[in-house]
Design a binder for this molecule. Structure first.
Ligand code: ADP
Ligand code: MG
Length: 472
């Protein structure tokens, strides 16, 4: 599909031609016509597929059409775009300015956190047609009364999944509730967790969903291997398996709590960062273990089926059945947690020769045979070298902050304290932020964990001192 076939203004068509955009990308072809008609859209496509122009061109078109020659003088904020980090705000604003370079008088303003507020206040005095900001800072301006959104007609939540990951849900909802009733809302994201669907239901009107799937995304692709082992080889054998099949994020299922505890201890002794989850844990411990797994501070989670219920982790690349379940349906459910989002998954099962019948029942349910291998007994020396090699370095580290929702702490405050001003960290070094009632967790890249800890300990968050601890 060509840009010329769209009812876009001549100046916009000229710019896309100058930029050398020949054809619309699939997400643009499907969402631009809908957005031009004023529809609410929920759009999903992978990174680099041109989502910014997909919402940017309709916004710019609308501005030109509504304001016409008055545009340079009427600097009312007509569109608001929320992005998760300062860097992404900058990228989106840059792309909008590029696309809008022939829209005379266009003003695009960045309102991102971790930046001094004074220049933003000055710029807001003068007004801007499009505001691009992080949820925390935008809410801050709304509360101060420095950002007027009463003329806003379009709102975009860009990288909505990432914003939810970073704990911005409450801030985003407060912003959405502060907007005029009749406004267009577009949600763009690379993935669609359930939390986004809920947001769409609550805030969009008759949303049209546009999903650009990669061809291989349709059927889960899971490689299944069965390793026959002697009972006494099993425990240490897992170290060998993890070495043979390196993974970013793995769950190991056990049938019993005792196996969970024993296996998790063995893995930790072998130098791996392993979390454990079973029915006897206190809720607080469960939350901590899950938070660390979700934010990639722990790469391996050892769990019973019951404890793992309701865990929604998108990017598991490996599932291990340390013990085969008695019911084949449980097997299918367990391995279904890998091989999602178009990625190839791997499911490894361990069992003794006496468990052949369990295996056969699984194969008859799934209709596909597992490839069979044998896990040979390992010598002690071998196990030692294995543990060294398997030494797992999780990408992230979790920091505990002794303040939470009840202390009016918001994700933007933590992000601001970490990334703000001189010597601040990059937004890309910050992972998930989870705010609880009385405390918060923030994941930071391991390489900057020390700097982050010192920075938070020496500095203030929202003008206050909190206790900061690494989470073991
Ligand atoms: P996304 O938000 O989906 O990750 P971006 O909006 O950042 O992707 O776009 C990625 C790059 O593709 C940008 O450099 C943009 O200028 C370019 N681009 C966007 N649309 C087109 C198009 N139709 N043809 C060629 N390049 C495009
Ligand atoms: Mg983008």
């Amino acid at each position: 599909m060509e840009f010329k076939s769209l009812p876009l203004s001549p100046s916009l068509l000229q710019v896309v031609a100058e930029l050398g955009f020949e054809k619309l990308t699939p997400i643009q072809a499907q969402s631009i016509p809908l957005l031009l008609k004023g529809k609410d859209v929920i759009g999903q496509s992978k990174t680099g597929s041109g989502k910014t122009a997909a919402f940017g061109l309709p916004i710019l078109n609308q501005l030109e059409k509504r304001l016409g020659s008055e545009l340079p003088r009427r600097r009312e904020t007509r569109a608001l775009i929320l992005c998760p980090t300062r860097e992404l705000c900058t990228q989106v604003a840059r792309e909008l300015r590029k696309l809008g370079r022939r829209v005379a008088g266009l003003q695009v303003l960045i309102l991102s956190g971790g930046q001094p507020i004074f220049p933003q206040l000055q710029a807001l005095e003068k007004g801007a047609h499009i505001a691009v900001g992080t949820p925390g800072r935008v809410l801050d301006h709304l509360t101060r009364g420095t950002l007027d959104l009463s003329n806003a007609t379009t709102v975009v939540l860009d990288e909505a999944d990432r914003m939810l990951d970073m704990g911005f849900q409450e801030d985003m909802e407060r912003i959405l509730r502060a907007l005029p009733k009749t406004r267009q809302l577009a949600l763009f994201s690379a993935t669609f967790p359930r939390t986004i669907e809920a947001m769409s239901r609550n805030y969009q009107k008759e949303p049209v969903r546009v999903t650009i799937e990669e061809p291989e995304e349709r059927t889960p692709d899971i490689r299944q291997i069965f390793y026959e082992t002697a009972a006494e080889t099993k425990l240490k054998g897992v170290l060998w398996l993890l070495r043979q099949h390196p993974s970013e994020s793995a769950i190991i299922f056990c049938n019993f709590k005792a196996s969970v505890t024993e296996l998790a201890r063995t893995l930790r002794e072998g130098g791996l960062s392993a979390g454990e989850l079973h029915g006897d844990l206190e809720q607080a411990d469960r939350d901590r273990v899950m938070a660390k797994f979700r934010n990639q501070s722990t790469r391996i989670l050892v769990a019973t089926d019951v404890a793992a219920r309701g865990i929604d982790v998108a990017d598991l690349d490996l599932v291990i059945n340390y013990e085969l379940p008695a019911q084949p349906e449980v097997y299918v459910h367990r391995i279904g947690r890998t091989g999602r989002a178009g990625k190839r998954g791997l499911a490894i099962s361990l069992g003794t020769s006496r468990e052949k019948s369990k295996l056969e029942r699984i194969e008859s349910l799934t209709g596909s045979p597992l490839s069979r291998k044998t896990l040979a007994p390992l010598a002690n020396a071998e196990i030692d070298t294995l543990s060294q090699g398997a030494r797992n370095d999780a990408r992230m580290e979790t920091l505990y902050i002794s303040g939470g929702r009840k202390d009016k702490l918001r994700p933007g405050d933590i992000l601001g304290a970490l990334t703000g001003e001189a010597g601040g960290l990059q937004g890309s070094d910050i992972g998930k932020i989870e705010i609880h009632d009385r405390f918060a967790y923030v994941a930071v890249a391991k390489s900057v964990a020390r700097v982050a800890l010192t920075r938070l300990r020496n500095g203030r968050i929202k003008g206050r001192k909190f206790r900061i601890e690494p989470v073991a």
